[in-house]
Design a protein around this ligand. Sequence first.
Ligand code: FES
Ligand code: FES
Length: 132
Amino acid sequence: MELIQAGSNIDLTGAKLICDRGECGGCTVMVDGKTIYACMMLAIDAQDKQITTVEGLADGDDLHPVQEAFIQHDAMMCGFCTPGFIVSSAALLNENSKPTLEEIKGGLSGNTCRCGTYPFIFDAIETASRKM
Ligand code: FES
Ligand code: FES
């Protein structure tokens, strides 16, 4: 079976198809405001739903506070996991604008970073939470 990068045919390449089995979080998007692993949802089940990818968080050239904070804290190395982490972080802050470190860790427990940038990601979310 040929795996096709999610969104590559519509120029939305943020969400990454990595594990394709609901384990890594690289494909995380919001569907009607709730995060899901895109690899675990059939396209037909997404019909008529509002889907937000990492691209949809920015307002034109104005980045979302989480996106700005990831840059500020250099919270990425290879960057492959980053879109999923940013979408999960934005969803976390939508539900809890002032999370504790433990709540941040819990909120991001479905995302994996093989480069180990977790401390920078956690710092970025704390910074973003102060701006939101
Ligand atoms: S590619 Fe969907 S969770 Fe890993
Ligand atoms: S920055 Fe490389 S996997 Fe997270």
